[in-house]
Design a protein around this ligand. Structure first.
Ligand code: PHE
Length: 356
């Protein structure tokens, strides 16, 4: 089909003016579309609209010359002019929508606003310390096991050679759930459970929560994480005990960390010791964290008492062993230089977020 402006060859009446105007209109469309498609912003686009299709624009200028044409020719060129006008209007509208979203975003953009950080999860510092400690003991031959947090008085005290008139069993120091059931006051009952379940050689670490009616202050929490350790075999001596724990301290705190064993008392170990590490915050010189002693207590420990062996059915003549219980949060405080244990138990993301 022929376009309105195309004339069949036999329409000889066509004047050169018609051809010229149609050529001009097409050139106008080509130029106009090219300019519109590359217009960088809305202001330029508006100027182009005025320049091409405005009342005094270039299209109007061409249309003014319609008067030079014959009556027959006018509609032909007029139709072509309309087509070009529509094409240009469409191109202008298209470009306007393309530029519009960018303009809106620019208007609402405030480069001084703080960015929205991406939420990343991470392990709690106490969990990290527990994993690290257990990994070190795994390399030293210890398996990682768990015990119940709700314990019987029998396992928490009796089997550990702790008479119920011992201060540790006092109502004031323990959360009793009933006469015979408590929230465990330490992870040591796991010792008895492991020994009843397995024959020697036994080497385990038992991380978990323990509960005491302690004040909630800078160095105490009523619910706190402990890591119990137990090694039982034929021929285990106090020297193995000292060597293993000193090796642990070096691996966890660094090769220059010193270990100190102080005589102490626990009903379930004999002899008993408190194990100290040279303060990591002041390198043993003395600071407020170590109360100017240069040492930090990290665990209670000792050789397993023969009465405990008897209570779990181990032959105390044949087997010896050592046990220890360390405070995971105390160790985390040393590791990260923290002044207050409550930071570790309050779940404040501004603090905890630093460990992710
Ligand atoms: N259970 C003791 C406490 O919580 C620590 C300990 C564990 C001591 C094992 C000796 C042996 O204080």
């Amino acid at each position: 089909m022929l376009e309105p402006h195309e004339r069949a060859p036999d329409e000889t009446m066509a004047s050169t003016n018609t051809d010229e105007l149609i050529a001009q209109l097409r050139e106008l469309q080509r130029e106009g579309e090219a300019a519109v498609q590359t217009a960088p912003d809305a202001a330029t686009l508006e100027a182009l609209r005025t320049l091409y299709v405005g009342r005094k624009g270039r299209l109007t200028t061409v249309l003014r010359r319609l008067g030079e044409l014959s009556h027959e020719e006018r509609p032909v060129v007029g139709a072509e002019a309309n087509r070009v006008k529509e094409a240009l209007a469409a191109a202008l509208d298209l470009r306007e929508t393309a530029l519009a979203p960018a303009a809106t975003a620019d208007a609402g953009l405030d480069l001084s606003l703080p960015g929205r950080g991406r939420w990343t999860g991470g392990l709690h510092p106490v969990t990290r310390v527990i994993d690290e400690v257990c990994d070190i003991f795994r390399d030293l031959g210890f398996a990682r096991v768990a015990g119940p947090e709700v314990e019987t008085v029998e396992y928490n005290f009796t089997k550990l050679n702790t008479p119920l008139d011992h201060p540790a069993a006092d109502m004031h120091d323990t959360f009793y759930l009933s006469d015979a059931v408590v929230l465990r006051t330490h992870t040591s009952p796991a010792q008895a459970r492991v020994m009843e379940a397995f024959q020697p050689p036994v080497r385990v670490v038992v991380p978990g929560m323990a509960y005491r009616r302690d004040p909630y202050d800078a160095s105490h929490a009523p619910a706190f994480a402990q890591i119990e350790g137990l090694a039982v075999d034929e021929g285990i001596t106090f020297r193995d005990f000292k060597a293993t724990l000193s090796e642990f301290v070096r691996r966890f705190f660094g090769p220059d960390a010193k270990t100190r064993f102080r005589p102490s008392f626990f009903p379930f170990t004999e002899p008993s010791a408190e194990v100290d590490v040279s303060c990591r915050l002041c390198a043993g010189r003395g600071c407020s964290a170590c109360k100017y002693t240069g040492w930090m207590e990290i665990m209670g420990a000792g050789m397993v008492h023969p009465r405990v062996f008897a209570a779990v059915g181990y032959d105390a003549e044949r087997y010896t062993g050592y046990a220890f219980g360390m405070g995971a949060a105390r160790i985390a405080m040393q590791r990260y230089g923290l002044p207050d244990i409550r930071l570790l138990y309050e779940g404040d993301m501004r603090f905890l977020g630093q460990f992710t």
